[in-house]
Design a binder for this molecule. Structure first.
Ligand code: BGC
Length: 764
């Protein structure tokens, strides 16, 4: 009998020899191909020794809900020992991670290591801004650095797989999960997706501090009807491909290791049983070679969807569609064997699933190095990581209003009133999906302000205990505090639990009595600066005129407090821009900048406000266009919008040519000048419009952006290159083409403004 240890290294020796032989004999054409085929050989040599039970085991993920501490049960250990489990989710006790991995590697039939996964979404212990905030930085380096830090910290716990990035296009602020997204735009989201993948996975997945990323939720989850979580998505295929799938494709190009299916049904087919998505698009078209995991119970949820009769049917439909690993529910564990025995699923199909999983385990280096260095705790919440989180928070803030340039504040203020439920809410400022973030290590605005101005200058009266608080008991004290001060800093928003999964809202005003308290405070005549911490855009129509300045701080994470103080007092200038269109009213939703036009597009000239309609008016639509009578047609703030402490002017838009032939590029440039008296950072945005298409085209599409810093009076020329391939879209025959014709181009500070020019694409 071959000794256990020998048994495990035998395959490795075999691969090694085969690889050398292959290299010598066939002279594999490229280095990449050689690596690929050596990887495939490694995978095959394990597969060949695996029993049916063990193969099925690789497709099963077990775990606990993140709050359950529990003991390691004998049943679980035994299942790992028998090779019945491929992955664990949410095992946070380091001893348990070690013990389970030891059993898998030393005692299971082929010694296949487990892969431990966890939702490390915007930080592990050092929490960065929610992804929507990170997207507002319009700086992919921020996303990359944040996910690098998260990977370094999470891997000290044995976590080698995160369920991030979430790259669902989100055009509906009611949907709680908009907080986890990069917003409404496919280009910006794709840039962020690439950056997250680079950050989590590092340069080499096998590095012990790299963790496998997971592009989720595939697909169209963000298009949930009515913004209600888990709801149906109905999207025509061209729109699906051009908008919703684009970031997923970008993540494949960046080498993302895994994908997660979404909960929703897409055009009638639940994503976890959707072979169009999982086979045709992901494998055949994009050549993805990692593995696909379901969402939590999403396989068996195909039963209530009315798509599967029972668990067995769900297992069949998911596995046949190309879903490799089942999260939490156990239909694979219970039924794959039967399905194979009944010839409903072939061994070849199962082998494919297992190979996809083993490939990633090899890439992660788990076969060579299944353990983790549990003594790297000094890396967690290090000064360096906290500094990175602070920088990210600063860059994520969007200045929405600054009447009379009240901001930045000066340091010679004598008394500042600090009011509002989010001024000192360490748990809530972390935002959604922060299982491992701790309020004890979170720095809130209140102490940061005291630290900055001196204890005695900061008067604090919370007014409301939490964001949903409706009690007015604290109003009088808050008003008294406001009267005693020169300026009021009101920290408003939403508690973390009001956004995120399953936390959609139909009304997205500030909850509780916050609006009332703001209104009362504004009556004191004091200047009011509103800082909003929330997981989504908040409708602020009732209060926007009652405050002097508004800073959108999202849920800013561990270092939110000091970051906010730095920006309020001008040590840093606000440079975030909105990654989503900000609605005036919930009734405008879905509202996004890159929509197509109606035949009667809204305009200022044609807009009829409903109070101006005569009583008893005769029915007529003439002269009316596509708008709401009560709210008009513009958002509160457009996509890409954000103020700075200075002003910028755009001049000299130049095109290298008014015409480009298919296959060629065009250079577009403009000169941006800082016309104010403070240094500032501008996000220069490039938009195009295809004027006539064989399918209606969006009225603007973001095609590039650049973040530049300018001293007062300084100018910089910003140049963009547009290749005709950047203008492609899916036509009626589902071909991805650029159609010759007229285009407009803008270099712009946001989606509603900018310098505009025309160009033509001509056939060669
Ligand atoms: C969420 C996923 C998450 C998974 C594991 C699900 O409920 O939709 O985004 O990764 O749980 O926690």
């Amino acid at each position: 009998m071959i000794p256990q240890k020998m048994k495990r290294i035998l395959p490795a020796i075999t691969f090694f020899s085969i690889s050398i032989i292959c290299l010598l004999i066939s002279g594999c054409d490229s280095e990449e191909q050689a690596v690929k085929s050596s990887l495939e050989r490694k995978v095959d040599s394990i597969l060949i020794n695996m029993s049916l039970e063990e193969k099925i085991g690789q497709t099963c993920q077990r775990g606990t809900s993140s709050r359950v501490k529990g003991e390691l049960s004998e049943e679980l250990k035994d299942a790992v020992r028998k090779g019945k489990i491929g992955s664990m989710i949410n095992v946070m006790n380091k001893d348990y991670v070690e013990e389970l991995q030891r059993i898998a590697v030393e005692e299971s039939p082929n010694g296949i290591p487990l892969i431990f996964g966890r939702d490390v979404i915007h930080g592990f212990k050092t929490i960065f801004p929610i992804p929507l905030g990170t997207a507002a930085s319009w700086n992919p380096d921020i996303a990359e650095e944040g996910s690098r830090v998260a990977a370094i910290e999470a891997s000290t716990n044995g976590i080698r797989w995160t369920f991030a990035p979430m790259i669902d296009i989100s055009r509906d602020a009611r949907w709680g999960r908009i907080a986890e997204s990069a917003g409404e735009d496919p280009y910006l989201t794709s840039e962020m997706a690439r950056a997250y993948v680079r950050g989590f996975q590092g340069e080499d997945l096998a590095n012990p501090s790299s963790i496998a990323a997971c592009a989720k939720h595939f697909a169209a989850y963000g298009a949930a009807e009515g913004g209600r979580d888990y709801n149906t998505a109905i999207i025509y295929e061209q729109l699906l491909r051009d908008v919703y799938l684009q970031p997923f494709h970008a993540s494949v190009e960046e080498g993302v290791a895994t994908f997660m299916t979404s909960f929703n049904d897409l055009n009638g087919v639940p994503a976890s049983g959707n072979s169009f998505l999982l086979k045709q698009v992901l494998r055949d078209e994009w050549k993805f070679d990692g593995f696909v995991v379901s969402d939590w119970n999403s396989v068996t949820e195909m039963i209530p969807h009315g798509f599967c009769a029972d668990e067995k049917d769900a297992a069949l439909k998911a596995s046949s569609a190309g879903l490799d690993m089942e999260m939490m529910s156990t239909s694979y564990e219970n039924y794959l064997k039967e399905l194979i025995e009944e010839d409903k699923l072939t061994i070849a199909q199962l082998d494919k699933m297992v190979k996809n999983i083993l490939r990633i385990k090899f890439k992660l280096g788990l076969f060579d190095n299944p353990g983790f260095d549990r003594n790297r705790d000094d890396m967690v919440l290090s000064d360096e990581h906290k500094e990175a989180a602070k920088k990210a928070a600063v860059e994520s803030f969007v200045l929405l209003k600054n009447e009379g340039n009240i901001l930045p504040l000066t340091n010679d203020l004598k008394k500042v009133a600090v009011v509002g439920p989010m001024a000192d809410a360490p748990h809530d400022q972390l935002g959604t999906w922060t299982f491992d973030g701790e309020q004890e290590t979170t720095e809130t605005p209140l102490p940061a302000l005291k630290n900055h101005l001196g204890q005695s200058k900061v008067l604090f009266s919370q007014g409301l205990n939490y964001s949903r608080d409706k009690s007015k008991i604290g109003f009088n004290d808050a008003l008294r505090t406001a009267r005693q001060s020169e300026v009021v800093l009101f920290f408003a928003g939403e508690e973390a639990i009001l956004s995120g999964e399953a936390h959609s809202r139909s009304n997205i005003d500030l909850p509780g009595a916050q609006e009332e308290l703001i209104s009362e405070i504004s009556k004191t005549g004091k200047k009011v600066i509103l800082v909003i911490m929330a997981g989504r855009p908040i409708t602020i129509g009732n209060i926007i005129d009652k405050v002097d300045a508004i800073l959108m701080a999202w849920h800013p994470g561990t270092m939110g407090g000091p970051a906010i103080v730095d920006v309020l007092f001008g040590e840093q200038s606000p440079s975030g821009r909105l990654p989503v269109t900000w609605p005036k009213e919930v009734g405008q939703i879905p509202i996004y900048y890159n929509h197509t036009n109606t035949g009667r597009p809204a305009s200022n000239e044609s807009f009829v406000q409903m109070d101006s309609i005569p009583i008893g008016a005769w029915q007529s639509s003439l002269g009316n266009n596509s708008h709401y009578l009560d709210i008009g047609f513009t958002p509160q703030f457009p996509f890409g919008f954000g103020l700075a402490y200075t002003t910028f002017e755009y001049n000299n838009l130049k095109l290298s040519s008014p015409e480009i032939a298919l296959g060629d590029s065009l250079i577009v440039s403009a000169e941006i000048t800082n016309t104010g008296s403070m240094a500032g950072t501008e996000v220069v945005q490039l938009y195009v419009r295809d004027m006539v298409g064989s399918l209606t085209r969006p009225i603007r599409e973001l095609k590039g952006f650049r973040k530049i810093s300018l001293q007062p009076g300084e100018s910089k020329t910003v140049e963009f290159t547009i290749h005709t391939d950047d203008l492609r879209f899916h036509n009626q025959n589902m071909e991805f083409v650029t159609e010759p014709g007229a285009f407009k181009v803008w270099i712009a500070p946001n989606a509603h403004e900018g310098l505009e020019a025309d160009f033509h694409v001509i056939s060669k």
